[in-house]
Design a binder for this molecule. Structure first.
Ligand code: ATP
Length: 266
């Protein structure tokens, strides 16, 4: 289980109106949440609400000003071993698949990055060609793609390769930061179907950061609404239509029609 407890994050402000010291802009305020094993948590918010900052805290890249991140009862930021524990169990898939995949690498080398992490952790060499072929098959791509460069793939195919790289190191948790946002609607659905299938097959836990409510209702068990660095709603997706939070309702109303009884079918 991955847990955030009263996380606060601030950044140094650009407007320096003090000669000594500096002002800070707080972007996350007392964020608490937990992701149970085998579930998918969606983090939803508009641009600048603090989603990616929260993602960076969750994956061990940004130490919060205060509060605690715990993975299976071990504090992530209290010690080096806490961070290593998280790195061993968590993979990340970013939005920008074009820059997160090295353009000079072939697909087998991109997936090889994930396999290398696993080799280092397990202390043994893997049959890289065999592993790459089975990972490509897992994400619905032909094994011949192993020799291709990123520019020889479509956006959806390249994002599948990035998903294969994330899965290659045998993670327990995958964090997706706007991972499907730059794909067209049809490809988004195909990739979401793939993610659902992988989650079942490999028993994975997902954290899915997005500004798109539709993908949350398609994939997630729970949803957390973030507005200007505050959690305004945190509930099971199955009860999303009952939210009383103004921001959540505004987002909901933008994709579904409420009837007189305020019941919605999402
Ligand atoms: N390294 C940083 N230094 C200073 N300010 C930062 C830094 N990273 C983020 N911020 C600020 O924190 C706030 C939240 O940014 P964040 O990237 O977390 O939002 P977001 O919800 O992910 O937005 P988007 O959907 O546009 O990516 C913004 O006001 C941003 O300018």
């Amino acid at each position: 289980m991955l847990e955030l407890n009263k996380i606060c994050v601030s950044f140094r402000s650009e407007r320096q109106d003090k000669i000594f010291g500096h002002t800070r802009q707080q972007v996350l305020f007392d964020i608490s949440m937990r992701v149970e094993k085998g579930t998918c948590l969606g983090i939803l918010g508009e641009s600048g609400s603090g989603k990616s900052t929260m993602g960076r805290v969750l994956c061990g890249l940004l130490k919060p000003d205060s509060g605690e991140v715990q993975l299976d009862g071990v504090s992530v930021y209290a010690s080096r071993s806490g961070r290593r524990n998280l790195q061993n169990k968590l993979s990340v898939v970013f939005q920008d698949y074009t820059t997160s995949a090295n353009p000079r690498f072939r697909v087998k080398d991109i997936i090889g990055e994930g396999l290398m992490v696993r080799e280092r952790r397990e202390g043994s060499r893997l049959d890289r060609d065999k592993e790459t072929a089975s990972l490509l098959e897992l994400v619905g791509l032909p094994s011949e793609f192993a020799k291709r460069f990123p520019h020889e793939l479509s956006g959806g195919q390249l994002q599948r390769v990035c998903i294969a790289r994330a899965v290659a190191c045998n993670p327990e948790i995958i964090l997706f930061d706007e991972a499907i946002s730059s794909l067209d609607a049809h490809t988004q659905v195909q990739v979401m179907d793939l993610l659902r299938e992988l989650k079942e097959k490999l028993g994975l836990t997902y954290i899915f950061i997005t500004h798109d409510l539709t993908s949350i209702t398609y994939l997630c068990d729970d949803v957390l609404f973030l507005y200007q660095g505050h959690v305004t709603e945190y509930m099971p997706v199955s009860r999303i239509s009952q939210t009383r939070d103004e921001y959540a309702r505004r987002l909901l109303e933008s994709i579904v029609v409420f009837d007189a009884d305020e019941e919605v079918a999402v």
